[in-house]
Design a protein around this ligand. Sequence first.
Ligand code: HPA
Length: 233
Amino acid sequence: MSIHIGAKQGEIASTVLMPGDPLRAKHIAETMLEDAVCFNEVRGMLGFTGHYEDKRVSVMGSGMGIPTLSIYVNELVQEYQVKTLIRVGTCGALQPELKIGDIVLPMSSSTNSHINRLRFRGMDYAPTANFPLLLKAYEKAKELGATVYVGGMFASDTFYNDDPDWWKLWAAYGALVVEMETSGLYTLAAKFKVDALSVLTVSDSLISREEATAQQRERSFTQMAKIALEIAP
Ligand code: HPA
């Protein structure tokens, strides 16, 4: 057991898929994995280990935001020897060509989070994806007929902002989407020398203010989880 994860040693696979929502983790375990067993209920952050085809894979919620995700990533890697982390989550589009349901594979992530400023004593760090995972995910997304974009993104510490135009600066510099975790995930993966990728689906647009319907969310979530499971080593 670690501080925030109740699993015994050996109960977590070396690859972990991480949706933000623990109920999404449960849904993936119940609908896409064989023989899934729950390994964590601490703080309701459900985690399961099962099989996808012949691969042993775990899936566990990360919570929302870099601080929460960082707690789980630290413990998964340091206490449970996890080697590959694949976030499956939603994001908001910052570019007009991105449509609801499109897949985005962030190559790198800018952020307004102060965590890396603290870590790097005021200097900037450029967190990047693991390239072999990124390439595999791109090829798999194409094979599945998804519309897929690869590029930079922005990880925000705030979902609700006082300034409605806050995102336009990042959009002007080419950030494809905004979410709240990837910069933290990629930084910790680099620190611990493990492999990480975010596989995102567009759930809303900051330009058109359009939002995914429940049906669109379900369909794109399944597609995103399938890509993640297919590329899992
Ligand atoms: N902002 C931040 N995170 C998000 C968004 C958003 O618009 N959509 C999905 N995750």
